[in-house]
Ligand binder design. Structure first.
Ligand SMILES: [Mg+2]
Ligand SMILES: [Zn+2]
Length: 186
């Protein structure tokens, strides 16, 4: 699924890191059933509008696996279906990374930690400082700040008001992913 585009001689690449639930698709709380996959209005158009010199990378916390609500296999099936659906609509996602742990696992990959970003960085040779993080939760925004990317909070999904939210303010706050991409293009 993940293409290795690393070229030692190439310049470091820019990326738009995207949260999945509440940004691209409707957050249905521990979502794993493919029939529940529902795009947020204008999200597909927004993904299409991301300038081509940015990689598109999805970074997602999926603690439903550690909590026993669904298996890693089910999560991967869902992600594969999502990527296939996007491809059908003309959107290629370059990378998709998820954390299967719960907060109690104290792993290095659950946002706001940066383990998943580091995996993407190694695979694609990404320059964080010219990259963006778009998310609906404060943990997305904190993760973006932790890697030194510019951050955009969208008001779809939790809009930064999730339980136990962090005291962090995004560089920009906009209505949805479409507006976030307009901001990047400016
Ligand atoms: Mg989210
Ligand atoms: Zn993790």
């Amino acid at each position: 699924m993940l293409k290795n585009r690393l070229d030692k001689n190439a310049d470091r690449k820019k990326a738009v890191f995207l949260d999945r639930d509440g940004v691209i698709i409707v957050d249905k709380n521990f979502l794993w059933e493919i029939k529940q996959l529902e795009f947020i209005p204008r999200a597909v158009e927004a993904l299409k509008a991301i300038p081509t010199d940015f990689l598109k990378i999805i970074i997602s916390n999926q603690s439903g696996i550690a909590r026993g609500y669904f298996s890693a296999k089910q999560a991967e099936k869902f992600n594969t279906a999502l990527l296939a659906e996007l491809k059908k609509k003309g959107v290629i996602i370059d990378g998709m990374y998820y954390c299967p742990h719960s907060p109690e696992n104290n792993c290095e990959c659950r946002k706001p930690k940066i383990g998943l970003f580091e995996s993407a960085q190694r695979q694609f040779n990404i320059d964080y400082t010219r990259s963006w993080m778009i998310g609906d939760k404060s943990s997305d925004i904190q993760a973006g700040k932790n890697i030194g990317a510019a951050t955009i909070q969208v008001l779809t999904g939790y809009a930064g008001k999730e339980e136990g939210s962090l005291d962090v303010i995004a560089d920009q706050t906009v209505g949805d992913l479409y507006e976030a991409v307009e901001t990047i293009k400016k």
